[in-house]
Design a protein around this ligand. Structure first.
Ligand code: 6PG
Length: 242
């Protein structure tokens, strides 16, 4: 329990270890509770991890797979997180066999958020006021220390009431099409039974230093949001400033 930091020689080794632990935790949760729930992030870093997972002989039965966040684009768009997850997982784990609950990025953002919340509640049998406790939430981190689609200064980081919401990222450096997003919120991230954070590459080193060694301020450093059991999988390059 607590926060653990695991450093690997290469990004591939970090991705494989994170993938292996994800499958172990899912197996354990399914054994204990009959089903296992996981939320996966997007971006580019987890691709290696998902590809590794897709090649590992794993029975996806009774695994309910959700998204941590999505860019508000159609599911076939190159910047769609759903597309990345589907493509990288499908090598030997045919996505049709996985119960995947996607965020409908093609809808207007508030509608996509409402539909997603409804989906989470239905699948997990939650009443109106209860937040989900995912068995595993896999997260990444941006060079500005954002996680999920919770960017520095986003008021919804502190939200302890809602499951997911639409956010707008006012960042001119970000392609306009991906500024509208839907994301799980702080209270849900904090309630995960296990959080696995995967961050690799030199461009993450400075943010990682702030997250792991700087003063605690998740409002400005959202990747500091943690659940009681949080593990960081990082490579030497990302760890270079620690
Ligand atoms: C997204 C994410 C996001 C991601 C970080 C890191 O939609 O972008 O889910 O939180 O994890 O931005 O992204 P990279 O792996 O591409 O650096």
């Amino acid at each position: 329990m607590g926060t653990e930091i695991l450093i690997f020689d290469t990004a591939l080794k970090a991705a494989e270890a994170c993938g292996q632990q994800t499958l172990n935790l899912l197996e354990e949760a399914r054994r204990d509770r009959g089903i296992a729930t996981i939320a996966l992030s997007g971006g580019s870093t987890p691709r290696l991890m998902f590809q590794w997972m897709s090649k590992y002989p794993f029975e996806w039965r009774a695994i309910e797979l959700f998204q941590v966040d999505e860019r508000c684009v159609p599911p076939g768009d190159p910047s769609s997180n759903f597309r990345m997850i589907r493509e990288s997982l499908q090598d030997s784990a045919p996505i049709e066999k996985i119960a995947m609950h996607r965020i409908q990025g093609e809808l207007p953002p508030p509608e996509a958020a409402t539909a997603y919340v409804k989906d989470v509640r239905t699948v997990l049998h939650l009443d109106g006021g209860t937040l989900p406790e995912f068995d595993v939430i896999q997260r990444g981190m941006g060079p500005d220390a954002h996680t999920a689609s919770l960017f520095p200064g986003e008021p919804l980081i502190r939200d302890q009431t809602h499951i997911a919401a639409a956010v707008y990222v006012d960042n001119p450096d970000m392609p306009a099409a991906t500024r509208h997003r839907v994301t799980l919120l702080g209270g849900v991230l904090e309630r995960a039974r296990h959080t696995l954070c995967l961050a690799t590459g030199e461009e993450k080193a400075e943010a990682l230093y702030r997250v792991l060694r700087g003063p605690a301020n998740p409002f400005e450093t959202p990747s500091q949001i943690a659940s009681p059991d949080t593990t960081w999988y990082i490579d030497q390059a990302a760890a270079s400033r620690l």
